[in-house]
Design a protein around this ligand. Structure first.
Ligand code: PRT
Ligand code: ZN
Length: 218
């Protein structure tokens, strides 16, 4: 890879704006307008790789980027379901949400104790499966790519395990959260591999700035 520190970021979505704002507050000068996937930081030897959030941890793990910003929920899920060589360098405090088990208000599942022998729809089979294993619960995971909140009403599952922030989506679908299985926020990740001395210096400098910005906005 090049000598420039490469940071993988979400191009568009719930992580993107706060990630850009954090790096700008750290003094990085760049413009993400236009469709470019690789954006050059004007005043430092840093490039930004703008991608889907689902690719960030694997890019960091596979040396396509040195560091990245991703939801802890996505990182933990990928750590559990694929061999990932990426670790949390710092928690960032934005894009907070909870991965929750939820079910219809008057359905057969009202708590974790009712889950045995039922079906749970989720896009997070790794984290949900870990929870079931820890609790010794035997339930079937129904993997979905999206619209998980519809699963109980269409008869695909008795409950769901999905991300919640305000709770409005659950409420709109007549669902109630009965258990939080993971608290999540945006995290800065890096690979476990050694960086060149130049990159390591730049990374340390950036980390100190990120820390300063996070402290000043607490
Ligand atoms: O296009 P790309 O693949 O990059 O983005 P994406 O659509 O996969 O992800 P995006 O941008 O929606 O979310 C990115 C990250 O933001 C997630 O991985 C979480 O770490 C974090 N985040 C924070 C959330 C939410 N809050 C959130 N509320 N991600 C998703 N949601 C969804 C949730 O899945 C549910 O459908 O919002 C709905 C619930 O929201 P409430 O407010 O109604 O409870
Ligand atoms: Zn995604």
């Amino acid at each position: 890879m090049s000598d420039r520190l490469r940071i993988a970021l979400q191009k568009k979505g719930r992580l993107a704006d706060d990630s850009f704002a954090l790096l700008k507050a750290c003094g990085l000068r760049f413009s993400v307008r236009g469709g470019s996937l690789l954006v050059r930081v004007k005043n430092m030897p840093i490039d930004l790789l703008l991608v889907r959030d689902d690719d960030i941890a694997s890019f960091v793990s596979n040396d396509a980027a040195d560091i990245g910003i991703v939801g802890e929920n996505v990182l933990v899920e990928e750590q559990l379901t694929s061999a990932l060589d990426a670790q949390i360098a710092m928690k960032l405090g934005f894009s907070r949400c909870r991965l929750c088990l939820a079910s219809p208000e008057r359905g057969s599942v009202q708590s974790a104790a009712d889950l045995s022998g039922t079906r749970i729809a989720t896009t997070y089979p790794g984290v949900t499966g870990r929870f079931l294993k820890e609790r010794g619960i035997s339930a079937k995971l129904v993997e979905m790519k999206g619209a998980v909140e519809l699963a109980p009403s269409i008869g695909v599952a008795e409950s769901i395990c999905d991300l919640v922030s305000t709770g409005a989506t659950l409420e709109a679908n007549g669902l109630m959260a009965f258990e939080t299985i993971l608290e999540s926020e945006a995290v800065l990740i890096r690979s476990a591999r050694d960086m060149s001395p130049e990159k390591a210096d730049l990374f340390d400098k950036l980390m100190r700035r990120v820390e300063g910005v996070i402290k000043s906005t607490d």
